[in-house]
Design a protein around this ligand. Structure first.
Ligand code: CA
Length: 313
C-alpha cells in the first residue's frame, strides 16, 4: 500500500452512521477530505444539514467546505428514516450551537467545482441517497471523467431494509441511483450484504467509549440510540454500522472482499422499486459496472475504527 492520501468528497445525510463516517474521514491519515455535501435522506435537508454542522463542529473540521445540496429526490415522493434516526435525524446526543457554517454554494455546485478544479484524483463517497451526485452529473457532464471512483453505501444483492427488495439510500431516490450506476466510472458498492457484517456490538461500543476523547464519547452516545432503534425495527441485537465502511474501504481496501457485478436499479417494479439488481453469477452477460463488497474482515474493521477514533485528543 502506498502512503498517498486519497482525496474524497463525502456526500451524506446524517444520520448516526454518516456521523461516524465523517469522524473517520476527518482524521484518518490516508484520507484527504476536500468537501462535505449534504443531501436529504434520513431526515429533511434542513435537519441533515444541521446535523452535518453539529458533527463537523464535534470533530473540529476546519478549512473544509460543508454545503447543503438537494432537498428532494428527482422523481419519487420523499421518504425519510425517522424510525431509525429519530426526529432530528441524529437523536441521542445533545449538541450546542454549531461553530461550522454552511458554505454559500449549493452542494451540487461544490461537487462540480471541486471535481473540475481537480486532476481527476477525487473519490466521491456518497453515504445517502444519490440525488446530489446525479444532479451534478447532469448539470456538468464533464465531471464524469474527473471522478476517480465512487465508493457508495447503498443497495443489496440479497435482502432490503426499507422494503423486502430495496435498501433505503437507493429507494429514497432510485432515478438518481440509476444515473450514478450508468455514469461509466468505477463504483465500489457497500451494500447491506456487507454492512450487516459490521455489527456494532456492545463490546465494540465499550472499547471505543473507553478511549475517553470527546469524539469517542459522541460515538458511544450515537450508538446507544442507534442500537435501540435497530433493535425495535429489525430485531438486531447490534446495529449494522453501514456508512463508515465506505471511508474504511478508501483508507484500507484490504479490509474487504469485493466481487465484480453488473448492477442495475429497478425503476418500474411495483414491489421492487429501488432494488439494486446485482448480477452475482454474471448470468446476463452484461459487463460489471461495480465492485460489490461481499465480505468484511470484521475484527480488523473494528480495530480500524477504534484506532482511527483514538487519533482524536
Ligand atoms: Ca447515510
Amino acid at each position: 500500500m502506498t502512503n498517498r492520501r486519497e482525496k474524497i468528497i463525502l456526500d451524506m445525510d446524517p444520520g448516526h452512521d454518516d456521523a461516524v463516517a465523517l469522524m473517520l474521514a476527518r482524521i484518518h491519515p490516508r484520507i484527504d477530505l476536500r468537501g462535505v455535501t449534504v443531501v436529504a435522506g434520513n431526515q429533511t435537508l434542513e435537519k441533515t444539514a444541521r446535523n452535518a454542522l453539529n458533527v463537523a463542529t464535534a470533530v473540529g473540521l476546519k478549512g473544509v467546505p460543508v454545503a447543503a445540496g438537494m432537498s428532494r429526490p428527482l422523481v419519487r415522493e420523499q421518504v425519510i428514516a425517522d424510525d431509525i434516526h429519530g426526529v432530528t435525524g441524529l437523536d441521542g446526543p445533545v449538541f450546542g450551537e454549531p461553530e461550522v457554517a454552511l458554505d454559500p454554494r449549493h452542494g451540487v455546485d461544490l461537487i462540480i467545482d471541486l471535481l473540475m478544479a481537480s486532476d481527476g484524483d477525487i473519490t466521491l463517497v456518497p453515504t445517502g441517497p444519490l440525488t446530489n451526485v446525479a444532479v451534478a452529473l447532469r448539470k456538468e457532464p464533464r465531471i464524469a471523467e474527473r471522478i476517480r471512483r465512487i465508493v457508495l453505501m447503498g443497495g443489496a444483492y440479497q435482502l432490503g431494509n426499507i422494503t423486502p427488495a430495496a435498501e433505503f439510500n437507493i429507494y429514497a431516490d432510485p432515478e438518481a441511483a440509476h444515473v450514478v450506476f450508468t455514469c461509466g466510472r468505477p463504483i465500489v458498492m457497500m451494500g447491506l450484504d456487507l454492512t450487516r457484517q459490521a455489527l456494532c456490538t456492545r463490546p465494540v461500543v465499550q472499547r471505543i467509549r473507553a478511549l475517553g476523547n470527546p469524539v469517542a464519547v459522541l460515538f458511544a452516545e450515537l450508538m446507544e440510540f442507534f442500537t435501540k432503534t435497530q433493535k425495535e425495527v429489525f430485531g438486531w441485537e447490534a446495529p449494522p454500522l453501514h456508512d463508515p465502511t465506505t471511508v474504511a474501504w478508501v483508507a484500507d481496501p484490504t479490509l474487504f472482499e469485493t466481487k465484480p457485478m453488473h448492477v442495475e436499479v429497478e425503476l418500474r417494479g411495483e414491489k421492487t422499486y429501488g432494488r439494486t439488481c446485482c448480477d452475482f453469477y454474471g448470468i446476463t452477460g452484461n459487463g460489471a459496472n461495480a465492485e460489490v463488497a461481499v465480505k468484511l474482515d470484521v475484527p480488523r474493521f473494528w480495530d480500524f475504527v477504534t484506532e482511527t477514533l483514538a487519533l482524536y485528543s
